[in-house]
Design a protein. Sequence first.
Length: 574
Amino acid sequence: MDAKAISKAKLPSRYVTVGPARAPHRSYLYAMGLSAAEIAQPLVGVASCWNEAAPCNISLMRQAQVVKKGVAAANGTPREFCTITVTDGIAMGHQGMKSSLVSREVIADSVELTMRGHCYDALVGLAGCDKSLPGMMMAMVRLNVPSIFIYGGSILPGSYRGRQITVQDVFEAVGQHSVGTIGDAELLEIEQAACPSAGSCGAQFTANTMATVAEAIGLALPYSCGAPAPYEMRDRFNFASGEKVMELIAKNIRPRDIVTREALENAATVVSATGGSTNAALHLPAIAHEAGIKFDLFDVAAIFEKTPYIADLKPGGRYVAKDMFEAGGIPLLMKTLLDHGYLHGDCITVTGRTLAENMEHVSWNDSQDVVRPANRPITKTGGVVGLKGNLAPEGAIVKVAGMSELKFSGPARCFDSEEECFEAVTQRNYREGEVLVIRYEGPRGGPGMREMLSTTAALYGQGMGGKVALITDGRFSGATRGFCIGHVGPEAAVGGPIGLIKDGDVISIDAVKGTIEVALSDAELAARAKSWMPRETDYQSGAIWKYAQAVGSARDGAVTHPGAAKETHCYADI
């Protein structure tokens, strides 16, 4: 692609590179070693979520350098910048987790501000850890300049005494340790073996779920999101993405051309088919919001309800992301879903071709058992289920992949924070058959809608994963397994029913019918609501306080601004 053929007459960078009035602006570019020819080319933002917080992000800066080479080879001028990442594995189980979902908004906002401030014409975004993937995709759709998403790749599985392990096993080992099943030495051995390389958590947790989404929704090149972080072939995808974004500029193919309602339905389909993270039910509505499309938790759940579960991936199954890539990658999964009528094949993608055209030369691999054919699924219904009832009028979500029992009923045991529940679990101060309720952990009430992996993993490690249920207005990690229901809305902080229940109230969950009910009459709930008082959090200043003032419900993606439906101008058209 010859960028000299691309006129800057309608590109944002004309405001900083064209005409006598922009001499001061160009002087800054010369100061960084750019030539007059490079300044005259389209400016491409290369945004990376690199940091030294965790292995998820550590390879992103190196990969960004290859992207820049691809942009330059296609006669574009790359301009690299970084944004933040909060890594859930390290933030988990303490107050730091309240930063996690907030970071999604900060990532999207900071990429937007950098692009706007410097008038870049296109965006290639690299992300690794959970919230950085949707945050980067949200920025792309919000800005609506030609964009390509790159996933930094998954970590390789650890090896412990002859079996593959992931960080999920470490969290569950904490529960085993708490009941004396394993000792200090074995816990140390597990923690030192679980994470052997750069890359995001290796199973179908949130990062790999949203990476699968990126290919299915059309924002990433085929196969690019499946290759593990240490694989040298990642450089091919990085270079090709840099080249391809220049073609998107020339053809004026933008994210909102790609992220349509049908593409969002495709994304929800692959989440359910892989038994992916329940967090996708939060992030897909948020991405849709940036495109001005109404696509809430119930829309996501409707897709989940009719999608077969076909990928045998951890935490509910046997395999990790590396195994699926080597079996044929995300395109193998999408091919069988497309062939059996579960995907919209006419959606445009960043290749410039439709999803169906991308799949034309993908052939089925009979010698693998990571992904089943869509007409011979693991289960006929999806790996994730939406719930609704008098306890969750705005919905809730549960991952059922790998579960044998899909119904649960028992007395409530209420906790007003994750710490209270984790302490009770650690001390074994709960009973088999109870429904543990963690509330005031929603987007506004937390604030920040924490994930509860430490608690759920401890339960599972104690051998109680199928013997109690857990519900929360917060979230669960993609690594969570067991009967765990999240995103219960309205949240307790705004007077939702979850904030009105008391110890002993009987809660019934039916993941077959999609219901979650508490055995209380409407009159009793109304009477309790009259005496309910809002609670103040410890966050009365700072970024988390600001988030709590603006954030909406989990049903709509916990977003913090009105979205594309209310915008009066689009950045790409300035």
